[in-house]
Design a protein around this ligand. Structure first.
Ligand code: GAL
Length: 671
């Protein structure tokens, strides 16, 4: 059966809507305001379970029926949740075994949300029954646009160490390894007397006196992501059966370590994403850009949905500043520029009670005569006029290679340094691409690598022989690659590829790393370019021996003085660059500029002023260039051809764009 396609034909606009928190008089006002704000989509029912099933097996849908009808009348489509994200209190009361358990044995109780162990067969049984009832009830409702399964899988409980999880883990291991000795081999259990004789002896990696077996830890992460996916798929199975033509999605949270997005993406009819950049991080917009590029890449460039973002402040960081005037609009366009076909907020109306009452909303506590609400209305109006953007796609010549199992392995204990945080290391590489205005995809090591001119490989610690060969073949065929230190070190079971690091890529890189030399906290290492000049590096150095590569920079002092820090090696029709340390940002930008140049990669627009983001989508209507000023002062940007300014007042093409602070331009080439 072909999964339904998702093609809304316009940019969807709306929010999470919780009518159950309000009276019917408020509903009347909501319908009017939604129309006035240009809302086309409401996401309802996410936390509706206790309301529709107040007692086990007794269902009361009448108020959701009414809400669905009213939204349909108001012309607002519904993304209907399967309501399984937060079980009603009766479930834990009747079945305490459904509760999640932490690695130290502490049970997590109801009173918040997501208090279920994903491996619990009892939870799953209740969830499926609810989804069956919901799907049957709303299958033909005119408001229903698509299904939203669960909510942010793994946000609070990603790893549960309950007895149900232990059972599930054992079953999953039996599938993976078939024979217990295969597992013993993969987990290197000859070490520390860990050999298993029977599957029943195996436990999740609960807190142990010493470092838990790393392969066991990684497999438990694989299993835990899989257990969450099983929950999702068990609901999807019902939805496909009852409503085969209605698309299905679930919202992927930020770039979430516990959930292997690459494994999930094939099961989503459209990728949805929740974006909450940290307003106190001066580079939050660059990190968000990476997340959006990942979302777009998960289903091969298919437009994705910005499913949640805050209209202004969140409530859950320790300090929660507001989005400044214009910032919400700017960040919304950033998602659209990088492939989103929607701007959807958490939430429509700011709650009166509960833990999220100080989270911003499209209708704030202070009402409609407010800055946030005015910005919401204005954005709804603008997006309504940009329907032609929906469905358009982007093309990138560069991809960052990223893998979840490698992330899990990289950040384990017992390493040369415990300070390697993958997302920060990716950021080191992504920042210069963003600043240069270069479009970038994010691919898994088993993805289609050869179609890119340049692959960027930040700290891909774990790689299988097959995937390592796929990357080397791509370079052989003409792709260029930039690889950073501590990549290609172990196989899928966290066993070292023997024969000098990184053994699978020694030929590709033309070098061997003999030893890792991590650097003390705050210590700065000087590195000299072969062509003259010095830069600073930190965190990590290595003892690199060249076997074909040329050094383009060398460590300047200490025991590694004169040894290679950055190298280049021709391999077949491509070139492999290796960075054996963590260069300061300007030096990283220089390295990236050099590899972009030699790979022949062009930016969306050259010579962008600092803080200006440029990205591009293309479709039948033309090529759309988005210019976004994240900087603190107005700037001018010169275009390389005259273009139509879709948000501007003039109808004739322009070749110079003035962007205010937080300004946005959406431009279209002349057809
Ligand atoms: C998300 C969640 C929403 C809401 C929001 C607040 O993680 O899906 O339900 O809690 O955060 O920022």
């Amino acid at each position: 059966m072909t999964p339904p396609t998702f093609a809304p034909g316009r940019l969807l606009y709306g929010g999470d809507y919780y009518p159950e928190q309000w009276s019917r008089e408020v509903w009347d006002e909501d319908m009017r305001l939604m129309r006035e704000c240009g809302v086309t989509l409401a996401r309802i029912g996410i936390f509706g379970w206790a309301q529709v099933e107040p007692r086990p097996g007794e269902f009361e849908f009448s108020s959701f029926d009414e809400v669905m009808d009213r939204l349909a009348e108001a012309g607002v489509g519904v993304c209907l949740a399967t309501m399984t994200a937060s079980p009603p209190p009766w479930m834990a009361h009747l079945h305490p075994e459904t509760l999640p358990v932490r690695e130290d044995g502490v049970v997590l109780h109801p009173g918040g949300r997501q208090h279920y162990c994903p491996s619990s067969p009892v939870y799953r049984r209740y969830a499926i029954r609810l989804v069956e009832r919901l799907a049957e009830r709303y299958a033909d409702h005119p408001a229903l646009r698509f299904w939203h399964v669960g909510n942010e899988y793994g946000v609070h409980v990603a790893l549960s160490y309950s007895d149900a999880a232990a059972d599930g883990f054992r079953r999953w291991l039996q599938q993976r390894y078939a024979m217990i000795d295969e597992l013993n081999d993969a987990w290197s259990t000859t070490f520390w007397s860990q050999r298993y004789d029977d599957w029943a002896e195996i436990q999740p990696p609960r807190i142990a006196p010493a470092f838990a077996n790393p392969a066991q830890q990684i497999d438990f992460r694989r299993y835990s992501s899989h257990a969450l996916l099983e929950c999702y798929l068990s609901e999807v199975e019902v939805l496909r059966r009852v409503t085969p033509d209605v698309p299905v999605t679930t919202n992927l949270l930020m770039v979430w370590k516990p959930v292997d997005f690459h494994r999930w993406a094939p099961h989503l009819d459209v990728v949805s994403h929740d974006s909450y950049p940290d307003l106190l991080d001066p580079e939050a917009h660059i990190r968000a850009g990476f997340a959006y590029d990942l979302m777009r890449s998960l289903r091969d460039g298919q437009p994705w949905l910005l499913m949640e973002q805050a209209p202004s402040a969140v409530n859950w960081r320790q300090r929660n500043p507001v989005k400044r005037p214009g910032q919400m609009r700017l960040w919304s366009y950033q998602a659209v520029a990088r492939g989103a076909d929607s701007v959807i907020f958490f939430q429509w109306r700011q709650s009166r009670g509960g833990a999220e009452k100080f989270h911003s909303a499209m209708v704030p506590h202070a009402g409609t005569d407010t800055r946030v609400h005015r910005e919401i209305r204005e954005l709804g109006r603008e997006l309504g006029e940009l329907a032609e953007i929906a469905g358009t796609r982007s093309r990138a010549d560069v991809a960052i290679v990223m893998s979840w199992p490698s992330w899990w392995g990289l950040e384990l204990d017992s390493h040369p340094s415990w300070e390697l945080a993958l997302l920060d290391r990716i950021h080191d590489h992504y920042r210069p691409l963003w600043q240069a205005g270069v479009a970038c995809d994010v691919v898994a090591p088993d993805g289609d690598l050869a179609r890119y001119r340049l692959l960027v490989v930040p700290n891909l610690y774990m790689v299988s022989d097959e995937d390592a060969a796929r990357l080397a073949d791509a370079v052989d065929g003409g792709t260029h690659v930039l690889v950073s230190f501590f990549s290609g070190i172990v196989d899928e079971a966290d066993r070292v590829h023997l024969g000098g690091y990184p053994r699978p890529w020694r030929d590709l890189l033309g070098l061997v790393v003999e030893e890792f030399w991590p650097v003390g906290d705050g210590e700065r290492i000087d590195v000299t370019w072969e062509e003259g000049g010095v830069f600073a590096a930190d965190s990590w150095t290595e003892d690199v021996h060249l076997s074909g590569a040329e050094a383009i920079a060398r460590f300047a002092a200490g025991d590694l003085a004169g040894k290679a820090a950055v190298t280049r090696h021709r391999h077949g029709a491509g070139v492999a660059t290796y960075v054996a340390t963590r260069p300061e940002p300007d030096a990283m930008a220089a390295i990236v500029a050099q590899v972009l140049g030699s790979a022949g990669v062009k930016p969306v627009l050259a010579d962008l002023p600092a803080g200006v983001e440029a990205s591009c989508r293309e479709g039948a209507g033309g090529r759309y260039v988005f210019l976004l000023n994240h900087g603190d002062k107005p700037v001018e940007v010169r275009l390389d051809e005259p273009m139509h300014d879709l948000l501007g007042t003039t109808t004739s093409p322009i070749d110079l764009v003035t962007l205010d602070t937080f300004g946005v331009a959406v431009l279209r080439t002349q057809k």
